[in-house]
Design a protein around this ligand. Structure first.
Ligand SMILES: [Ca+2]
Ligand SMILES: [Ca+2]
Ligand SMILES: [Ca+2]
Ligand SMILES: [Ca+2]
Length: 468
């Protein structure tokens, strides 16, 4: 859906706001390079697979993790989710399907395609971070960052609308997901399977998250704590020059709550004076089904700015944040929420230190069951530039996408986590179809980034609220 800004400078401004914040907090460890496809094609292996099995869930992990995943397989099968664990080494060796692909990420994607065609899988769980499982870097350059970022949507979007394999390299130059001033790959983007990732870095983390998933699905049903949702937000953007003074984080979370009518709603908002590190901790430790934080973030902190202020220091001073160093104070046990962070880069998992989103999931004896956030910077609408009386932060960009999560769960009654993720992306693309003729810094380019970066750290086949 097209819309025009009244004030052209707006686009530049809201991008810069986020940019300044990121520079301020620093992301110096980010050192990704343009990753080109490996032109060599290994010797083709002979596909050994001759069976007629069907599966619902495909788990892909390196060999070193596969034995620890066996209890998860047994648990899934018990609940009728037909599951297969495939080791990366088996993919490369062509154990089930003849190996295809220009580089390891594409080999994995072809494997997923074959599993989709032959086994009719619906969910794919990647177990391993960027060091353990190859990732696809997308080379979209919006003129502000110019850095490639990771997109797991790549692994979910296996067919284009003509029914062809979608390799995310339509111009065929071995550089994926390009969108800069010169080169462009036209992408389908619509997910065909539901993807989730547990970016585990070692066997201990695999063990922790497997136990958490089993515990969640076995023990959550019928529990009162699940019927709670905690939201937090404050002032996010400087919108006064557009004639408004919205507390964007409050407006976005309030809109999400409209779809969560059967839940007891806890609003931690700066305008209420109740948003603090301590209140976030207390409300999560009580047990809650969902947590939605809308504000600024990077890979180590989420922060909301006090009303009427735009300052990270004010946010720190007023303790309206939740940072990596606060995670060890969570002791919510097996009362595990799905956490959504609407700010930038909370799930940027290609850094030397573990990111905010993963810290939440890999926390033992508490934390989250899953986290959804972005692998790089994101965008929000600012002001009411389309003059329809509705704040643009809930109508466009990241605010809109995150609200769809709650709409699809709360109103559409989709209760499988990966399906909520996939449907929300699908809805976003339907509402804002990408106009591939547009250039750098266009709204379409931003919309493309938002869906590419929105990642699920968790089991895509997770039954929200557990099995009854
Ligand atoms: Ca290309
Ligand atoms: Ca597709
Ligand atoms: Ca504002
Ligand atoms: Ca509006």
């Amino acid at each position: 859906m097209e819309y025009k800004y009244k004030v052209r400078k707006a686009k530049l401004l809201y991008v810069l706001i986020i940019l300044i914040f990121l520079i301020f907090l620093g992301n110096a460890t980010y050192n990704a390079k343009v990753i080109k496809g490996d032109a060599r094609i290994d010797k083709k292996s002979i596909g050994m697979y001759g069976g007629k099995e069907n599966y619902d869930l495909l788990i892909i992990s390196p060999m070193e993790f596969s034995d620890i995943l066996q209890p998860l397989l047994k648990h899934k099968e018990k609940h009728g989710v037909r599951t297969i664990i495939v080791e990366l080494e088996e993919i490369y060796a062509g154990k089930y399907f003849e190996m295809q692909g220009k580089d390891n990420a594409e080999r994995i994607k072809y494997f997923i395609k074959n599993a989709y065609d032959k086994w009719h899988i619906k969910y794919v769980l990647l177990v391993g971070g960027d060091k353990e499982i190859p990732v696809r870097y997308v080379n979209l350059d919006d003129g502000y960052y110019g850095l490639p970022y990771i997109s797991d949507l790549y692994y979910a979007d296996i067919y284009n609308n003509k029914g062809e394999f979608e390799d995310w390299d339509s111009n065929g130059n071995g550089i994926f997901g390009e969108w800069d001033g010169i080169n462009k790959d036209i992408l389908d983007l619509y997910p065909d399977v539901c993807i989730g990732r547990l970016p585990c870095r070692n066997r201990e983390e695999v063990s922790i998250v497997v136990n958490k998933i089993i515990s969640y699905e076995e023990n959550t049903h019928g529990k009162n704590w699940f019927r709670r949702i905690v939201v937090a937000g404050g002032n996010t953007l400087v919108d006064r020059i557009f004639g408004t003074d919205f507390n964007e984080g409050e407006l976005i979370t309030e809109e999400a709550l409209k779809y969560m009518k059967n839940f007891s709603q806890i609003k931690l908002w700066v305008s209420k004076g109740n948003l603090r590190v301590g209140t976030i901790r207390r409300e999560i430790n009580k047990g809650t089904g969902f947590v939605f934080l809308s504000g600024h973030s990077n890979s180590w902190i989420w922060i909301a700015y006090p009303t009427g202020k735009y300052s990270m220091w004010a946010g720190l001073l007023h303790r309206t944040y939740w940072a990596n160093w606060n995670m060890p104070t969570l002791f919510n046990g097996d009362r595990l929420p799905v956490v959504i962070n609407g700010g930038c880069a909370s799930c940027q998992f290609n850094l030397s230190k573990e990111c905010w989103g993963w810290k939440f999931v890999n926390k033992e004896n508490g934390g989250s069951i899953a986290t959804i956030g972005y692998t790089s910077h994101a965008y929000e609408g600012i002001g009411d530039q389309d003059s329809d009386g509705i704040p643009d932060c809930i109508e466009y960009k990241g605010g809109y996408l995150n609200i769809q999560f709650f709409k699809n769960y709360g109103e559409e009654d989709i209760d499988i986590l990966g399906e909520v993720w996939a449907k929300s992306i699908t809805d976003y693309l339907n509402k804002f179809p990408i106009d591939w003729s547009k250039g750098v810094r266009s709204d379409s380019q931003k919309d493309c980034q938002i869906v590419q970066k929105w990642i699920l750290f968790g089991d895509p086949s997770l039954k929200l609220g557990g099995y009854g």
